[in-house]
Design a binder for this molecule. Structure first.
Ligand code: NAP
Length: 244
């Protein structure tokens, strides 16, 4: 059983990851700005099951200056952190030429800078503990071209470069670093996508369906498990064959 921090776990993919890990017996700390109804009901369900545990830690991960204190308080409150899942992210579609500078900055701060700095602080504890697991949530948009997603794609491609380089740095210390790249998944993030576009993704996917949040949860569970102890610096694509 591992003590796992999952960022952006109040809904969508992060919540599915947190639920899956808690049900597998892990002690999960769900980080987000607020715990809405979906997370609260997941917490009640996990508590009822008496398997692992699921707890909430409020934090605004865009506030880079607060991340050192967050890492310290997570360690103080929950003890050693054996795994970190950097999932929190935001995305807005739009042609680069029409995007505001502030919007691009906000996206890069939450999607790329924040996970890098949070990892920097949390990994020190893993180094002292002699091992750990890090999983970064990227996206197929980071390596396949999608019109109207240049800034988001840059942030997600950045997560892949970060993953590979960090795997080299931390491998000798017994820490694995991997990324999961989901394809289109139905969540609040993708609510703005029209039916026609959604149908097109399904049609173009090898499996003729969309990946689901629980599929990403299963991939993360694998990357935290014994079966992946010799896997590091990789990107696991979970997209129902959209980029096959
Ligand atoms: P989502 O449903 O919009 O959930 C985003 C999560 O991030 C929420 O829990 C949100 O909680 C949290 N969050 C947002 N801003 C935050 C902040 N400043 N501080 C702390 N937490 C914050 O998004 P999703 O679709 O599940 O996406 C999760 C990850 O998967 C993202 O990195 C995304 O890029 C990636 N991804 C998604 C898709 C997709 O199709 N959905 C595909 C590939 C990759 P609060 O608002 O309560 O803070």
């Amino acid at each position: 059983m591992l003590s796992v921090v999952v960022t952006g776990a109040s809904r969508g993919i992060g919540l599915a990851v947190a639920q899956r890990l808690a049900c597998a017996g892990h002690e999960v700390i769900a980080v987000a700005r607020s715990a809405g109804a979906p997370l609260q009901s997941a917490i009640a369900q996990v508590t009822g099951n008496r398997s692992g545990s699921l707890r909430f830690q409020a934090a605004d991960l865009s506030d880079i200056g607060s991340l050192a204190a967050l890492a310290r308080s997570l360690r103080r409150e929950w003890g050693s952190i054996a795994a970190l899942v950097n999932n929190a992210g935001t995305g807005s579609a739009g042609l680069l030429a029409t995007m505001q500078d502030g919007e691009i900055e906000r996206m890069l701060r939450l999607n790329l800078l924040s996970p890098m700095i949070l990892t920097r602080h949390i990994v020190r504890g893993m180094m002292a503990d002699g091992g750990g697991r890090i999983v970064n949530i990227s996206s197929i948009v980071g390596f396949a071209g999608f019109k109207g997603m240049a800034a988001y794609a840059a942030s997600k491609a950045g997560m892949v470069g970060f993953t590979r380089a960090l795997a080299r740095e931390l491998g000798p210390l017994g820490i694995t670093v991997n990324a999961v790249a989901p394809g289109f998944v139905d969540t609040d993030l993708t609510r703005g996508m029209g039916e026609a576009e959604r149908a097109q993704v399904v049609r173009r996917s090898a499996l003729r369906r969309l990946a689901e949040p629980s599929d990403v949860g299963a991939a993360v569970e694998f990357l935290l498990g014994e079966g992946s102890r010799n896997i590091t610096g990789t990107v696991l694509t979970v997209d129902a064959g959209a980029t096959a």
